[in-house]
Design a protein around this ligand. Structure first.
Ligand code: DP6
Length: 376
């Protein structure tokens, strides 16, 4: 017999950034963070988890049809935690089939290019944990599962929820209180849009896992960020989301991104994720906001040069339309009906740098958490 369950899980993009581990083994962070979950119509991982006594004895994982190493500590931690919850269930209810010790076969597909540097590990680990939890029929809430997904990749814990999500850093050494919680569902503020400018980067930079550890070890600015800046941004961001106050949301989002990239430059040796194309995107967002006379667009960057620009639906023309006017002809605009607007207001040199450096755009919006499908 083969037991099986499938799920999809979303990508999330942080507006208060996770950067720094107080425990690298358990992936316990040095600060809390907040993210927006993006729509799975545009970006998601689909994962099927199966187990059977007929499978070869080793656990296997296929990602976009290519075999992945499952012996790494992160994947092993997720498997171990989920198996132990299942075996506790089996011990308390003898009618349940004993499947916790059977080999696992995990098959994952991304509906977006994995190499584009778009938080694929977050969706990947969230889907893996959700799918195995469903396979094992665990009565676990998204918050309980976030404790496990966190051990796969920190940011993955936030992809177990839709909408607006906080990862509370917690204080305990065992990580039992380092968990994701919902700040607000997508339906609370459904008009949030995201325009992603995918930057064609030649070489892969420093991974977030190693980058943040060098920051913790060497940056003098880092301590102030973790102790003063982030706690302030956390409370301001929660207020902004609750009040659907885009000006406040946008200001904190941009200042957070700037603060995160400042501690990256303050790392020794320095880490630079932003390139000239990223800086041109910042300039364009500033020009858009200047023209509007208030903050209607907000940029943020993770551990790579891609820009994510948040805006509200009512400003589609003034934000996405104007960027389309400047970057007509790129792949991705056809995914949403966006009308080109005059981009004459934008800095001409910044526009040229974007034209040369952006390979495609992704137009998306706030979305729902993992969606499980019952398999036989
Ligand atoms: C800049 O979650 O990829 O995107 O826990 O080592 O897997 P690991 O790191 P990861 O780091 C994400 C860093 C970030 C900010 C964020 O998503 O909050």
């Amino acid at each position: 017999e083969i037991y099986q369950a499938s799920t999809t899980a979303p990508v999330n993009i942080a507006v208060v950034k996770y950067w720094g581990k107080r425990d690298p083994k358990l992936n316990l962070p040095t600060n809390s963070s907040i993210s927006v979950t993006l729509s799975q119509s545009d970006l998601r991982t689909h994962t099927t988890a199966a187990c059977s006594s007929k499978f070869p004895s080793e656990d296997t994982l296929l990602l976009n049809s290519s075999p992945q190493d499952t012996s790494g500590a992160r994947t092993q931690a997720c498997f171990r935690e989920l198996r132990s919850l299942r075996s506790a269930l089996e011990a308390s209810d003898f009618s349940l089939p004993k499947i916790s010790s059977l080999p696992l076969r995990i098959v994952s597909e991304n509906n977006f290019p994995t190499a584009a540097g778009l938080a694929s590990s977050a969706a990947g680990f969230a889907a893996l944990v959700r799918a195995i939890a469903d396979l094992y029929q665990l009565p676990a809430s998204p918050t309980e599962l976030s404790r496990i997904a966190r051990q796969g990749s920190g940011s993955a814990c936030r992809s177990l929820f839709g909408g607006y999500v906080a990862w509370q850093m917690g204080t305990k050494d065992d990580g039992s209180d380092s968990l994701a919680v919902e700040v607000a569902p997508a339906s609370h503020w459904p008009t949030m849009r995201a325009l992603i400018l995918v930057v064609s980067a030649e070489k892969k930079g420093v991974s977030s896992t190693s980058g943040m550890q060098i920051t913790v070890a060497t940056s003098e600015l880092f301590q102030r960020r973790a102790e003063v800046v982030v706690p302030k941004h956390m409370s301001e961001m929660e207020e902004a989301i609750k009040a659907k106050d885009f000006e406040k949301f946008g200001k904190v989002t941009m200042m957070e991104s700037n603060s995160f990239h400042s501690v990256c430059s303050d790392t020794f040796p320095p880490i630079f994720y932003l390139n000239d194309v990223s800086k041109a995107a910042i300039r364009v967002v500033e020009d858009i906001n200047k023209k509007a006379g208030k903050i209607i667009a907000a940029y943020t960057f993770d551990a790579g040069p891609n820009a994510v620009i948040y805006y509200e639906e009512e400003n589609t023309a003034a934000v996405a339309g104007v960027v389309k006017g400047a970057l007509e002809g790129l792949d991705g605009w056809q995914s949403r009906e966006i009308e080109s607007q005059d981009a004459g207001n934008l800095d001409a040199r910044a526009v040229q740098v974007l034209k040369d450096g952006v390979s495609r755009v992704i137009l998306t919006q706030v979305g729902e958490g993992p969606i499980s499908t019952k398999d036989s």
